[in-house]
Design a protein around this ligand. Structure first.
Ligand code: ZN
Length: 488
């Protein structure tokens, strides 16, 4: 009995220490959120200092030898519990994160954090001036720091693996490279076939749409999805475009639903949140694309949208609108890309990251390498570096390596999860046509949301879909959806 009490005390000590770290990390997230939304760019270096300090504190707290000791002492306790219990999962996930964290000195993490803030600030200026040379020295330093980070993990097969592991635990270059290659092989001919036809007419989306009405309609949609407005999501409204605010809000609401659906007992623990960047993205993309860009969804919502924007959309049919929001085009900007070409944008970035880390590509040659890959893969060349190599913030506020694979993993998983949900509940598409999302939402909660970080991405995909991650469901989905209009 006494041993059990002792064990319980140790577990409680571990849980308390971990939740302090979670609180610090959550506070950092608010600072990041502010930096990405409201904070003027000139605040970046002060913010970098603050974030660096918080990172150092949380890293020191987490890598405290006492945590290692507790994790060690709790091994037997962990073994005695069912492995999917919350307590066993907390110990397991904490140990995994701890083993990674202790390899990296807190001072290095703080240095990286401060550098990221400087690089971000330089990027904002360089992008506005279309002057890659101005940010290149900072990016060189990012590459150097990314390599140094990888050096703390000498047992990894590939230099990028430890960087990928930070956001997509368990994924590595030896899995991802063939996956991207297969996907590219499947998608390039589909893109060819679609874009050899005249482009879909999406001019109906590019009219004047006053922001208040856009936000009101968007609010109706995300409320129907089951979103709770007691928490925040960020969106951006353009008054000359209808699709941006709408689909980015559905996307962000998908991320939010995931975390809001965590089992309440995980709140404030290291198990709260999402499994990985890939699984997180699968939840936002599932709502944004598989649901939000489906025909059934608009059978329900289009008459309402027309009611809000009668002048702009009164003469546009549901079918015309559906085709407009699913226009496939070879475009320059990843975030604006349609779901067919999107993964080609990601593959370019993934390959360039590997080339830089492997020393095959110097930073000064990056803009040219970017142009070449866009030309060969998407058939277009960005006229400026701002629309090319500087379009995404990721490398400039993160690391080189591990920044992009999650988007494609998310797209693949979204199709695999959705296919499984519809197999289990064939009525889901019909329910969506009526604006009812409860069955889908409940399925996602039961199978994915409630578990937080308990399982790895691979375990999750396997548990939920009964099969390992594959490109097939995604390719099937694309062929089926676009096969309605094109011979693919
Ligand atoms: Zn996302």
């Amino acid at each position: 009995m006494q041993t059990l009490d002792k064990t319980q005390t140790k577990f409680a000590q571990l849980a308390t220490r971990l939740s302090e770290i979670v609180d610090i990390e959550s506070a950092s997230s608010v600072l990041y959120w502010d930096q990405a939304t409201y904070m003027p760019a000139k605040g970046a270096s002060a913010r970098g200092r603050q974030l660096g300090t918080l990172k150092q504190i949380s890293h020191e707290k987490f890598t405290d030898p006492k945590i290692g000791e507790l994790l060690e002492d709790l091994r037997d306790y962990e073994q005695s519990l069912p492995c999917d219990s919350t307590a066993a999962s907390l110990i397991r996930i904490a140990r995994r994160d701890y083993d990674r964290a202790v390899r990296v000195p807190a001072s290095f993490m703080a240095k990286l954090c401060r550098h990221q803030a400087d690089c971000y600030e330089a990027w904002a200026v360089a992008k506005a001036d279309n002057n890659f040379a101005a940010v290149a020295p900072e990016l060189e330093k990012t590459l150097e720091l990314s390599r140094q980070y990888a050096d703390f993990f000498p047992n990894c097969e590939h230099i990028a693996d430890s960087l990928i592991d930070r956001s997509d635990y368990g994924m590595k270059v030896s899995i991802l490279r063939p996956l991207f290659a297969q996907l590219r092989q499947a998608l390039v001919p589909i893109v060819e076939a679609i874009t050899s036809n005249p482009p879909a007419d999406d001019s109906c989306l590019q009219q004047e749409f006053p922001a208040p009405q856009q936000l009101e309609f968007t609010r109706t949609v995300v409320e129907r999805m089951g979103y709770d407005f007691h928490v925040r999501i960020t969106t951006r409204v353009y008054e000359d475009r209808l699709d941006q605010a709408l689909f980015s809000s559905i996307h962000e609401a998908g991320h939010a639903l995931y975390e809001l659906g965590n089992s309440p007992e995980l709140e404030g623990t290291m198990l709260a949140g999402g499994v990985s960047s890939g699984v997180h993205e699968s939840q936002s993309r599932l709502w944004e694309n598989l649901v939000g860009r489906s025909r059934g969804f608009w059978e329900c919502f289009y008459p309402q949208l027309q009611g809000v924007f009668l002048r702009q959309l009164g003469h546009i049919t549901t079918d015309e609108f559906y085709r407009a929001i699913n226009k496939v085009a070879r475009s320059l900007v990843r975030t604006d890309a349609d779901e067919v070409t999107y993964n080609l944008h990601v593959a370019i970035r993934f390959d360039l990251e590997l080339d830089m880390l492997e020393g095959k590509l110097a930073i000064r040659d990056l803009p040219e390498a970017w142009r070449e890959r866009y030309k060969s893969d998407l058939g277009i060349v960005p006229p400026t570096d701002s629309e090319g190599v500087m379009q995404d913030v990721h490398w400039y506020c993160g690391t080189i390596g591990g920044m992009f694979q999650g988007y494609t993993l998310g797209n693949l998983m979204s199709a695999q999860f959705y296919e499984t949900a519809v197999k289990a509940h064939p009525e889901i598409p019909v329910e969506i046509e009526q604006g009812n999302f409860e069955i889908l939402h409940e399925w996602l909660k039961q199978n994915i949301y409630q578990h937080g970080r308990k399982y790895t991405a691979a375990e999750m995909v396997d548990r939920v879909t009964g099969a390992p991650l594959s490109i097939d469901p995604f390719v099937r989905y694309i062929r089926h959806k676009y096969g309605e209009f094109y011979v693919i």
